[in-house]
Design a protein around this ligand. Sequence first.
Ligand code: 5GP
Ligand code: MN
Length: 336
Amino acid sequence: MTAEQISEIKSLLAQPQSISIIPHRNPDGDALGSTLALKLYLEQLGHSVHLIAPNPYPEFLSWLPHQEEIIFFCEQKQKATQCLQESSMVFTLDFNDFSRTGEAMQQVLAGLETTFVMIDHHQAPADYARFTYSDVNCSSTCEMVFNFLEFLGDTHLITEDMATCLYTGIMTDTGSFRFSSTSSRTHKIIARLIDAGANNTAIHNAIYDSSSSNRMQLLGVALSNMKILPAYKTAYISLSQEELDQNNFKKGDTEGFVNYGLAIKGIIFAAIFIENKEENIVKISLRSKGDFDVNQIARKHFQGGGHINAAGGKSDLSLSATLEKFEQLLPQLTHE
Ligand code: 5GP
Ligand code: MN
């Protein structure tokens, strides 16, 4: 952000504002952590703040401090729409385009005449915001919220709850500080968050060591379904609706499964295809190592997007037809 933009935001925030904060649909640890932390900060400044999520988050995030204050657009459409329409400022975090909030919410956002502030690390940010803080090199939106507080000279206002939220988002978006987006700056910020009260062991435990036994059984199914294609340095997993049902699937249970493909020596491209009969789609997650760009693949072939090494999308074909399409694309994708 430029010094001019920062001082403009500062003067806006010097008056009490009515503010809404929004994460993307199906919010993950980074989306929730960043929006919750920003809410707690802006409330300390004396603003009236609503956090409006398009839809619920998975259970493994349900311990995050202050999550009970979140309004879900899909459940309280009228209240959420009213909050948005009455907001003098709307912060949109961890997404780059209104479409990432889902069709219904997207329409409401597009009709607002308010001051939008975008804080996001995805490629190709849309230009709806009066203030756009976009940095594709940043590990996470939580890291950017820390930077944002630093721009405003307010990191001393980071409470234990805020530190917990920010730590969670940085940890989940960096795969526990191992992806290439993890910088020395990331670790310096993490140190500051621990000093501010984030309990690193407790957070790791709450996120990674709190699975249901059903989830572990489902992981077994996923791993036995994994198809390894050494010629294309690719491994992919598929899960049918029937397999999900048999293992009492709950939202969030498949989080992280896609990464197991990359654990195999020589594999640089991993994918997971998860059938969703309710939405009549196949949800797709793509992961890669090095400069193999899965964001482009998600954009071009699977109605999605994301980052170079982590992207997602969907397919309207059946699960088997989607897998067939993927295998047919592989020679071209891996030799482009
Ligand atoms: P995941 O595979 O964990 O759902 O998402 C990985 C990355 O891809 C995240 O940065 C997420 O925002 C992005 N992503 C996932 N699904 C979609 C999608 O359907 N559309 C777009 N544009 N991005 C997605
Ligand atoms: Mn993120």
